[in-house]
Design a protein around this ligand. Structure first.
Ligand code: FES
Length: 159
């Protein structure tokens, strides 16, 4: 005995326009909540399929100088892609794409060896992005860098 029968018709009959308005408000709220839930659930999918340039697609990136120690590496995103800033010698900075030129894995920094290492197939790059070994067919793309007193600015132009 669910919604049909004498009980239902009795309840509907006395409601009139007030009942209809309440149903409309409830339907609108349900629709809004549904749209929000669909939007929230689709957001990760959109982030995954949207072009990387939409995220952090700026022509320059400023990195505080204290983030990059001599002999160290600082990974960041540049134009939506992983990049790395190195300081091979004091005061000299090198910014490179951190995307391996073989099949696109992200390189890691090995400070003891002073190389960028690709964990996927063992590609090795020098501190200036030159291929030292493994399957990568080309050097890591290099970006222009200017060093200020407080920050390092990585620019869109390739160096
Ligand atoms: S993806 Fe880097 S060596 Fe293959």
């Amino acid at each position: 005995m669910s919604g049909s029968g004498p009980n239902r018709s009795r309840g509907d009959a006395g409601a009139g326009p007030e009942f209809s308005r309440r149903r409309s408000v409830i339907a609108a709220l349900a629709g809004a909540i549904g749209a929000l839930l669909v939007g929230a659930s689709m957001w990760p999918v959109w982030r995954f399929i949207s072009p990387e340039k939409r995220r952090g697609a700026k022509g320059t990136v400023s990195i505080p100088r204290e983030k990059i120690a001599q002999g160290g590496a600082y990974f960041f995103h540049f134009q939506g892609h992983p990049a790395v800033l190195l300081q091979p010698v004091p005061g000299q900075f090198v910014a490179l794409s951190a995307v391996c030129t073989h099949l696109g894995c992200i390189v890691t920094w090995r400070p003891q060896q002073k190389i960028l290492f690709c964990p996927c197939h063992g590609g090795r790059f020098s501190e200036t992005g030159q291929v030292l070994g493994g399957p990568p067919p080309a050097p890591l793309p290099r970006y222009a860098v200017s060093a200020g007193d407080r920050e390092i600015v990585v620019r869109e132009e390739k160096a």
